[in-house]
Design a protein around this ligand. Structure first.
Ligand SMILES: [Mg+2]
Length: 326
């Protein structure tokens, strides 16, 4: 059986360093994977988020080298990004119908969110995500009230704390948000605090969504018990096996799932969109506001940033061109 595996590293600087509760992030590093097997060529992307607990780019690269030598090696279960990339390169998402998805716009942390919201509203976005847990809480709540005023009747806001809040701060935010049309508060506390977050979610009207908590083998299964309706923010690049994920999804169709990107190149974006497009139970706006985070002349991009995105548009020629440009 013919089997040829290759990978290339990439490094993409953000237009402006990203500010989240984890601090500043200046450039995105990852790997593109090309797999030629039995005459078919496929591509995948390893886009790790180590702050979420994934493998590192270096770990992935070392494993892929070993796998190129010995195609029978098993992917370690904790190498979730590598598993997803290899599944994609092996054609797991090749047959995806074209489907158009609504996109949630990404607002920068802090005061610049206000101007960004105005711009995105003008572009036709109706769902927005804002990062909190970056500035002092009092400052963020004043800003948040202003954002809601600007949004009034025109859209909905999701807040993402990136695990940066304590139990008390989470409760203060939930109390504050009860007066506003917020869609959910995303991952207020660090992974490991799911039981506490479930208690708070019971007590307040504002849903608590999990994101960081869902990284790693078995997490989706485990936390669907605490949060039987979700919402779960699923980053396809971090799910591991496509087949296992889709099996989980078909048994947990009542969980609200919001698909979200992890700052991938066009290859990873397309894979994430395809996974979202195949999910007949989710019609939530997808979190792909990340597209705007890179310079417009970046040769590894390809999807236009706008209020909708269509899965299944990247051609085999596009994949090859991106691979060759790197
Ligand atoms: Mg998040």
């Amino acid at each position: 059986m013919e089997h040829h595996l290759a990978w290339k590293p990439y490094c993409r600087p953000f237009r402006t360093p990203l500010r989240t509760a984890y601090g500043e992030w200046a450039e995105r590093e990852g790997l593109l994977v090309r797999l030629e097997a039995d005459g078919a060529v496929g591509y995948g992307e390893v886009a790790p988020l180590e702050s979420f607990g994934t493998e590192s780019v270096l770990d992935a690269a070392e494993f892929l080298d070993a796998l190129a030598e010995d195609p029978d090696l098993e992917v370690p279960p904790q190498f979730v990004c590598t598993r997803f990339a290899l599944d994609c390169a092996g054609g797991a998402l090749r047959k995806t119908p074209k489907r158009t998805l609504h996109v949630s716009g990404l607002l920068p942390a802090g005061i610049t969110a206000y101007a960004a919201l105005q711009t995105l509203l003008n572009q036709g976005f109706t769902t927005f995500k804002w990062k909190i847990g970056v500035e002092p809480m009092e400052v963020e709540r004043q800003l948040c009230a202003e954002l809601f005023k600007l949004l009034h009747g025109k859209g909905i806001l999701r807040l993402d704390a990136n695990a940066g809040l304590s139990y008390e701060e989470t409760e203060e935010w939930l109390e504050f948000l009860e007066d506003y049309p917020v869609e959910y508060l995303e991952q207020p506390m660090e992974p490991g605090n799911e039981a506490s977050m479930a208690v708070l979610a019971e007590r307040y009207a504002v849903p608590i969504a999990l994101d960081e908590s869902l990284c790693g083998p078995g997490a989706l299964l485990k936390f669907a018990e605490f949060f039987p309706k979700g919402p779960f923010v699923v980053k396809p690049s971090l799910i591991g096996s496509v087949e296992s994920y889709q099996a989980w999804r078909s048994f947990h169709s009542g969980v609200r799932v919001i698909y979200s990107s992890a700052f991938e190149t066009a290859i990873g974006i397309e894979a994430a969109l395809r996974l979202a497009a195949q999910d007949e139970f989710s019609s939530e706006a997808v979190g792909f506001g990340t597209l705007e985070a890179f310079p417009h002349d970046d040769v590894l991009g390809g999807h236009p940033y706008g209020p909708t995105l269509t899965a299944g548009t990247l051609t085999s020629g596009d994949y090859e061109a991106i691979w060759n440009r790197l």
